[in-house]
Design a protein around this ligand. Structure first.
Ligand code: IMP
Ligand code: MG
Length: 184
């Protein structure tokens, strides 16, 4: 009992260092949505949100678009990893709509090593869409293992572990309205 109390006292809560405020995110989302609306115009566009991390970004982005879009989700998970990608990606749920003759725009939370997005693009291309492009909330570029450049980037950082606005650490912090760097 005494030992458990001692452990919980010495466990310091991690600090949250601000990276992007709500207003900054909003401005960036509006400007990305303008570009996407202009680029696709009357082309049939399917937004594919990658669960769970992209749910907040996709819902804000979709509402700023001025073109008709379909929306679907795909759920991936990197097994047994709380704070980084392991390179082992499991598809927990796949698309529920036909992608033939549609452009796919993948909406992803963060690209780190590039392993997840590369595997996802391979998978989506096999389904026969007109094109596959990627829109990412955070491009975290220092730890790239596969060269990858997203088509639309909301914000770039070199390193860190970011949480909030959909991004989690061990399923926590997704509901924070701004983005923070978690300092352990
Ligand atoms: P990648 O395969 O290394 O590019 O990692 C992609 C996935 O790892 C993301 O979709 C996130 O789920 C997770 N991830 C990587 N870095 C972070 C981070 O800084 N915060 C939250 N999740 C992260
Ligand atoms: Mg995650």
């Amino acid at each position: 009992m005494k030992e458990r109390l001692q452990q919980s006292i010495s466990k310091k809560a991690p600090d949250l260092m601000p990276v992007l405020k709500q207003d900054d995110i909003h401005q960036k989302v509006v400007s990305l949505a303008r570009r996407i609306s202009a680029d696709y115009q009357d082309e049939p566009l399917l937004l594919v949100g990658v669960l769970k991390g992209a749910f907040v970004f996709l819902s804000d982005l979709a509402r700023q678009l001025t073109i008709p879009v379909e929306i679907d989700f795909i759920q991936l998970s990197s097994y047994g990893c709380s704070d980084s990608s392991c390179g082992e990606i499991a598809f927990q749920s796949d698309l529920s709509v036909d992608v033939t003759d549609k452009h796919i725009l993948v909406v992803e939370d963060i690209i780190d090593t590039g392993l997840t997005i590369t595997k996802l693009i391979e998978h989506l291309k096999k389904l026969g869409p007109k094109s596959v492009k990627v829109c990412v909330l955070i491009d975290k570029y220092e730890r790239r293992e596969i060269a990858f450049q997203a088509d639309y980037i909301c914000h770039s950082v070199k390193s860190g572990f970011l949480v909030g606005y959909g991004l989690d650490y061990a399923e926590q912090y997704r509901n924070l309205p701004a983005i923070y760097d978690l300092k352990f």
